[in-house]
Design a protein around this ligand. Structure first.
Ligand code: NIG
Ligand code: FE
Length: 415
């Protein structure tokens, strides 16, 4: 019998235990907290969680002392773009001087400037930079991320990025869910020829990605001046026919077409939704599409147009929070930062934000049965945060509160 690990002296264990599905409405405020809790772990999985007074600690157990801090599931960051070369600190400076994200993109910068650099980069360099970012995710208490390609935009460069994601997963520092985002932007050599680029994505990229087993999901940046809904639909339908799940960058700047497309196709998620109206939200609700909200990109673009989280929760949508980590709109890997923005600017309660960043995010990635909550049988992916009450997580903002991060019962941070 493998050795038992006992996590002791947790002021609060936020178990998030509950029905085996994403949480909606008032359920999002129910964190199923065990005060003065003990968690027993065996063979990388949770065996039990109980109050200290109600349990006998096995005499051979290895002890992890939570020192009166809080313990919660590792954050599941359901929308990231972590494999890219270089930074866009130069464009960031230009934006401080008045240029907009859209102006920079129209002038050939933005996503396309990262694509040029990423194409020139070898797998080893990309693996090195993404491994560095993996440490940032861990420091924020994140244990699993959805990772998109999308800075290659040619067959070979997209495969290169997805192979890097596969190699990152093999390092076992973080859990990864790979997403193919070949339709992230129209690359320089296809400007004005969107249909030709769509054909490349559908007929060459998607079949190879699927044949090599490099992605679980397909995403498209759906926006009238990037991939309008009619073009986005073709890519997503082809992906669905090949067995991939669907996610969608929807309505970041322009209302509703993206939300309606996600609903029509029964996508797992519609992400961003800053511009979506009540009509689009109702379509998502009727089609059981999960909204993934990315407040750090709103913040970093200097906007105040945050998505309507309160309206979504009232409609019964199982909201997810993610960082959107990428070199342009959202260069942060910090889920605690996303939580702070969600509470301050979108008026989510701390409990709702934590639910959106853990169990709801796990369900959006078809992993709600394994991660996202601390329940017997699930992976022991948990974090001891330097807080004495869970509400301190978003309240003390601008710090990374994780003291120790465990994946499958193994300490991955600090190492
Ligand atoms: O989710 N909007 C499209 N994609 C990213 C931005 C990528 C970039 O600027 O490099 C996003 O915000
Ligand atoms: Fe994104």
């Amino acid at each position: 019998m493998p050795n038992c690990i006992a996590v002791l002296n947790a002021r609060q264990i936020l178990t998030l235990s509950g029905p085996p599905r994403p949480r909606i409405g008032l359920e999002m405020r129910e964190l199923a907290i065990v005060e003065d809790g003990v968690m027993l772990i065996r063979a990388g999985r949770i065996e039990s969680i109980s109050r200290r007074s109600e349990i006998q600690i096995p005499s051979d157990a290895d002890i992890i002392d939570a020192e009166s801090r809080i313990v919660l599931p590792g954050f599941v960051d359901a929308h990231t773009h972590p494999v890219f070369a270089g930074t866009r600190a130069d464009e960031y400076e230009q934006r401080t001087e008045g240029a907009t994200y859209a102006q920079i993109a129209a002038a050939g910068g933005g996503i396309r400037s990262t694509v040029r650099r990423t194409r020139q980069s070898g797998e080893i360099d990309l693996l090195e930079s993404a491994s560095r970012y993996a440490e940032w995710f861990l420091r924020g208490g994140t244990t699993a991320i959805e990772a998109k390609s999308g800075y290659g935009l040619s067959l070979e460069a997209e495969l290169k990025i997805l192979r890097v994601i596969r190699d990152l997963a093999a390092q076992r520092r973080l859990r990864y869910v790979p997403t193919f985002l070949g339709a992230h932007e129209i690359p320089d050599e296809y400007r004005g020829r969107i249909d030709d680029y769509i054909a490349l994505v559908i007929h060459e990229m998607l079949p190879r990605v699927v044949a090599e087993g490099l992605a679980e999901y397909c995403d498209v940046f759906c926006e009238p001046n990037v991939f309008p809904p009619d073009q986005a639909r073709l890519v997503l339908q082809a992906a669905r026919d090949l067995g991939l799940g669907l996610r969608l960058h929807a309505d970041q700047f322009t209302p509703d077409a993206g939300a309606h497309l996600a609903a029509e196709l029964g996508a797992a998620t519609a992400d961003h939704l800053e511009a979506t109206t009540l009509d689009g939200l109702k379509a998502l609700q009727a089609a059981h599409v999960q909204p993934v909200l990315l407040p750090a990109s709103v913040y970093n673009l200097g906007s105040t147009h945050y998505p309507a989280a309160r309206q979504m929760i009232s409609l019964g949508l199982p909201v997810v929070l993610a960082t959107d980590f990428n070199p342009g709109s959202s260069p942060t890997a910090s889920m605690p930062m996303a939580l702070s923005l969600a509470c301050t600017h979108m008026k989510m309660t701390p409990a709702e934000a934590i639910c959106a960043a853990t169990i709801n995010a796990a369900y959006s990635l078809r992993r709600g049965d394994r991660i996202g909550s601390l329940e017997p049988g699930k992976f022991a992916d948990f974090v001891i945060h330097d807080c004495f009450d869970y509400r301190e997580l978003p309240y003390f903002f601008g710090r990374e509160p994780a003291r120790a991060v465990y994946i499958g019962g193994v300490c991955v941070y600090p190492q």
